[in-house]
Ligand binder design. Sequence first.
Ligand code: FES
Length: 174
Amino acid sequence: MWQYSDILMDHFMNPRNVGNLDTPDGHSEVGSPQCGDAMFLDIDIDDKGRIADIAFKTFGCAGAIASASALTEMVRGLPIEEALGIRNSQIAEFLGGMPPEKFHCSVMGHQALKAAVEDFRAKCDEINGIIGELGIEPVLIRPGRVYLKAGDDIDAVKKALDERLERKISVEVR
Ligand code: FES
């Protein structure tokens, strides 16, 4: 059996942030080419571009469960770029060490986070494109909500988003 630290065992036995978010701003599904295991990850991004909420599910091993649990704890509240900059060695350090043979398991969480951020950005770009066609520049876009300036044509934006997207998006003036 691999030698695991007490902290890693705690994150394996009691993983944090397991599950999924109701209407995530970003979602990903990734797999590990080394072992075929998989991970699903959801994120919500707040108005300042920080990770407001995060949840994961994995079919991975103890190392994958513990490292994903650690990663979710480490990135909560961080700006996106900072969260993406967390290295596997930092996750291993957070967990009090990890057998080198299990390092690839911690890579999956990082890949899942990166893919969820890409999904978040793609959704925002899609909304921005639709609103841009109306000649309107939103104040802020998130996959579930859009803020416009006073004087912007809210009804036209709502109509365009309703027609072009399957999900419901709230539109407000800020
Ligand atoms: Fe598959 Fe660890 S062996 S994630």
